[in-house]
Design a protein around this ligand. Structure first.
Ligand code: ATP
Ligand code: MG
Length: 581
């Protein structure tokens, strides 16, 4: 399934610019984080993410469009780097006037509106920590997170305010609720602060706090795919990784129009929805609306998006809508498409070629890593189903149970990273013990299992907790799921290990079917046969159950632990990030 370089090079769209990253092996050999730092503006050891993303570019190209915002109602607003600078300064001054100081936690619980971005950068300028939450959370998960991080402020919108009101009396740390009301034309209650009023009289000038590389900047709760979400805390130094991966993985060029579909409630929506594009001075599209195949294609066409970063769950939905739906739109502006969040099934990579004449490039990272660690680069041959190769400044390894690197190709083990890259998280907030437990034998342990081939490409096997031990074989759910979704009748699949007295575990698959396909015994037998042919009888699922939809996190990840808990009648654990049915 390896696509040759010649095949990719045949696609003039993909390579119509010289990629920023040269030959991978050469870049790796000659890599220096210092030369990345030299491209940024870090005087006297000071670093501030808002300065690197906004003020630096406002000084160099004040009128360049930083943000194109498209609201759910179709209205479009544009903000230059200098406007972003002034709006964020006003908010920084407003926070200062409220007495909010360095390292205090400012939560964001809003829709994707321009003020969210102004206020996030204003908070970073103030030296406080931004903690964005996904707007679809109910009151309990919001309360739990604000409580755990002892948040001082919540910035919200009138539609979400009732959820805050339901919990605020339980949150003694919460001093201010700031409501962005003007867009909705709503009144602000006396106990709340009106965003518009706070910034109206605030100065447009603000001297950024003197934050250093180790000062806190962002707190992100993990997706909760494997258990209780953890509050991973990051520092301003992370912007070095955001800039470098924006340049070399997203391949951002000055005239790109970039769109990342993730919400800032998840780390992709901040690292790659804010920091990577803006630290590279690129025009960034913020789309307020939710998923819809035609809507998304129209958005790409309307704004001439060139570089697009999305997720497997969206790609699977686009695949369901069919490549004809893509071809009905003029998507000729697109030159590069990437995916993250879950493994991208090889089917997805190849489908991209059919729909956009562009293969989809998978890359791997985590909330904890703060930035992309392993990637399929634009100028490197893709191996569909592989996460790609480590970023030049990153050392990644497969390690065994004694934390020793495994050199043998395609031998499975835990994926580990050599600590010390700029965007590495610095703690789990209020849970230092758990943080410490993730570092062993000189490695950061990712909790993911993978293999590396002889050419240095990494192949995802599964989460540590999800790997199945059946009759002595270790089976990763991903390969079984990928085989299932190759079948035309299958839309999505989630695979678990089900305890078995003889085999220890058997492979069980939950399958949701493509539109118009009905479950039947015949189909079940056909899928079993298909998997046996593709995977061999030891790995193919012994049980297949048809279900309407798979349980997923709100960020779109299949929650195998829930499939398993439900199968075994066990408690479901934390379900705060579970998507509504
Ligand atoms: P939690 O840690 O709360 O269980 P989570 O691990 O899903 O949630 P994130 O930090 O958002 O939270 O996700 C990172 C994880 O997502 C990775 O550890 C990996 O398991 C998975 N992942 C992300 N990108 C990829 C990819 N390209 N291929 C395979 N897996 C991926
Ligand atoms: Mg995780």
């Amino acid at each position: 399934m390896v696509m040759s370089y010649a095949e990719i090079a045949k696609q003039p769209e993909a390579l119509r610019r010289t990629p920023n990253l040269g030959e991978w092996a050469d870049e790796r050999a000659g890599w220096s984080w210092d030369s990345v730092v030299a491209e940024l503006d870090l005087p006297d050891g000071l670093v501030n993410q808002a300065h690197e993303c906004i003020d630096r570019h406002a000084a160099a190209s004040p009128d360049k469009v930083a943000m194109i915002w498209e609201g759910s109602d179709g209205s479009v607003e544009r903000y230059s780097f200098d406007e972003m600078r002034r709006h964020s300064n006003r908010f920084a001054n407003a926070l200062a006037a409220l007495g909010i100081g360095k390292a205090e936690r400012v939560f964001f619980f809003t829709d994707r509106i321009p003020e969210l971005y102004f206020a996030c950068f204003g908070t970073l300028k103030r030296g406080a920590i931004i903690a964005p939450l996904f707007s679809a959370f109910g009151p309990e998960p919001v309360k739990e997170r604000i409580e755990r991080a002892e948040g001082s402020v919540v910035v919200t919108t009138p539609n979400l305010l009732p959820k805050i009101n339901a919990i605020r009396s339980d949150l003694p740390s919460l001093r201010h609720v700031i409501v962005i009301a003007h867009r909705a034309g709503a009144e602000v209650a006396p106990e709340d602060l009106d965003y518009q009023e706070l910034v109206r009289d605030a100065s447009e000038e603000y001297e950024i706090e003197r934050t250093g590389s180790e000062d806190w900047s962002v707190m992100h709760f993990t997706s909760g795919t494997t258990g209780l979400p953890k509050g991973a805390a990051h520092v301003h130094n992370a912007v070095i990784s955001h800039y470098a991966t924006g340049k070399y993985v997203l391949d951002l060029h000055a005239d790109d129009v970039y769109w990342c579909t993730a919400d800032p409630g998840w780390v992709t929506g901040t690292s790659y929805g804010m920091f990577a594009p803006w630290s590279n001075g690129v025009t960034n599209l913020i789309y307020e609306g939710g998923f819809g195949a035609s809507r998304w294609y129209e958005t790409i066409a309307r704004h001439n998006v060139t570089v697009w970063y999305t997720a497997p769950t969206a790609i699977r939905l686009l695949m369901k809508a069919g490549s004809d739906a893509a071809r009905r739109h003029d998507l000729s502006s697109l030159r590069y498409v990437m995916s993250v969040g879950e493994p991208l099934n090889p089917e997805g990579v190849v489908w991209g070629e059919d729909a956009f004449q562009l293969p989809i490039h998978d890359n791997w990272w985590q909330t904890e890593t703060g930035a992309i660690m392993i990637a399929n680069y634009i100028g490197m041959p893709i191996r569909p189903g592989s996460m790609g190769r480590p970023f030049p400044g990153i050392e990644a390894a497969i390690i065994d149970d004694q934390f020793q690197p495994v050199d043998e190709p395609m031998k499975e083990g835990q994926l580990a990273l050599k600590p010390g890259w700029p965007s590495m998280f610095r703690t789990y907030w209020n849970d230092q013990e758990r943080y410490d437990s993730r570092f062993k034998g000189g490695w950061y342990l990712t909790g993911d299992r993978a293999k590396r081939d002889a050419d240095g490409y990494f192949w995802f096997v599964g989460r540590d907790d999800d790997v199945i031990n059946t009759a002595g074989h270790l089976v990763g759910p991903f390969e079984v799921e990928s085989a299932l979704i190759e079948h035309d009748s299958v839309a999505e699949a989630g695979v678990i290990g089900k305890p078995d007295p003889v085999a220890m575990e058997i492979v069980k698959a939950f399958v949701s079917l493509a539109a118009g396909v009905e479950p039947s015994e015949r189909l079940r037998r056909e899928l079993t046969r298909h998997c046996r042919e593709r995977l061999g009888p030891g790995v193919a699922p012994r049980e297949i159950e048809f279900i309407d939809t798979l349980p997923k996190t709100r960020s779109g990840k299949i929650m195998r632990r829930l499939l398993k808990a439900r199968e075994l009648g066990l408690p479901e654990g934390d379900t705060s990030t579970l998507e509504d049915d």
